[in-house]
Design a protein around this ligand. Structure first.
Ligand SMILES: Nc1ncnc2c1ncn2[C@@H]1O[C@H](COP(=O)(O)OP(=O)(O)OP(=O)(O)O)[C@@H](O)[C@H]1O
Ligand SMILES: [Mg+2]
Length: 243
């Protein structure tokens, strides 16, 4: 049984088909890279898996159970969490408080009170290179720092499946390397990770498997090196950038 399964997922917005008949399995201790040109449906798939959107057709299964109708907070407590392409923390709270909220409202942890949550939040911020800024308000952060804060907030909910939407955006090469190293450590702890990223080279270093979307459909799937070099994938990227 897969940890999480998308089964024939489709989603329409009016006449626009954003996702069509997408089937995908996500397994523990595995990083799947989800690639595809702008508008190919990557974020829509995350919205369907994490519950921000309902599919027009198809189903989402979690540990074999149909969760298609579950709202996001219920999926979060079950172990699914995600970052957003456009980060949206509580602007006036400190980084430490934002991450502590994830700890308090994610998967229940035995005996974690407010004070423990703040101490643990500090540790998670250290993992994403933000320890020194833990006491600052989220509104003071750069784009790259915001994306790392979002990652920390999602990790703090103790997910079994983590969906990450373009966390490398705005990162320096050093910060990007650190994040990829961190994701590899999370995988070693058993997390299933699905990673949306436009920096394909960076993905090759860390992903176990790649899935390519184009116009809402899966056009290639397999080893990352093979998928990123596949003619249909290259053609999809060239076609979209030439429009
Ligand atoms: N809420 C919405 N309402 C209407 N159309 C939408 C909505 N969300 C997405 N779409 C459309 O669905 C398609 C897929 O969009 P999506 O955001 O999933 O692509 P993406 O692969 O994440 O792109 P990007 O790489 O630019 O982030 C696009 O045509 C987009 O315009
Ligand atoms: Mg997107």
């Amino acid at each position: 049984m897969a940890l999480c399964e998308a089964i024939g997922l489709s989603r329409r917005f009016g006449g626009n088909v954003a996702l069509q008949d997408v089937t995908l399995r996500l397994e523990p201790a595995t990083i799947v890279a989800l690639i595809g040109p702008n508008g190919s449906g990557k974020t829509t798939l995350f919205n369907l898996l994490a519950g921000q959107l309902r599919p027009s057709a198809g189903a989402v299964r979690w540990r074999g159970r149909d969760i298609t109708d579950w709202p996001p907070h219920r999926r979060c407590r079950a172990g699914i969490n995600r970052t957003f392409q456009v980060a949206r923390p509580f602007q006036d709270l400190t980084l430490r408080e934002n991450v502590a909220l994830g700890l308090l409202y994610g998967r229940p942890l035995e005996g974690v009170g407010r004070r423990d949550a703040l101490a643990r939040a500090q540790d998670v911020l250290g993992d994403v290179g933000l320890a020194a800024k833990a006491g600052e308000a989220a509104r003071a952060l750069s784009l790259g720092e915001l994306k790392r804060l979002e990652l920390a907030m999602a990790v703090a909910t103790q997910p079994a499946l983590l969906l990450i939407d373009e966390v490398l955006a705005g990162q320096s090469p050093t910060a990007a390397q650190e994040i990829l190293g961190y994701l590899a450590r999370l995988r070693a702890q058993g997390l299933a990770i699905c990673l949306v990223e436009h920096r394909l080279q960076a993905l090759l270093a860390v992903a176990d498997r790649a899935v390519a979307l184009h116009q809402g459909r899966v056009i290639a799937e397999g080893r990352p090196g093979a998928v990123t070099k596949s003619p249909v994938v290259l053609e999809a990227y060239l076609g979209e950038s030439g429009r």
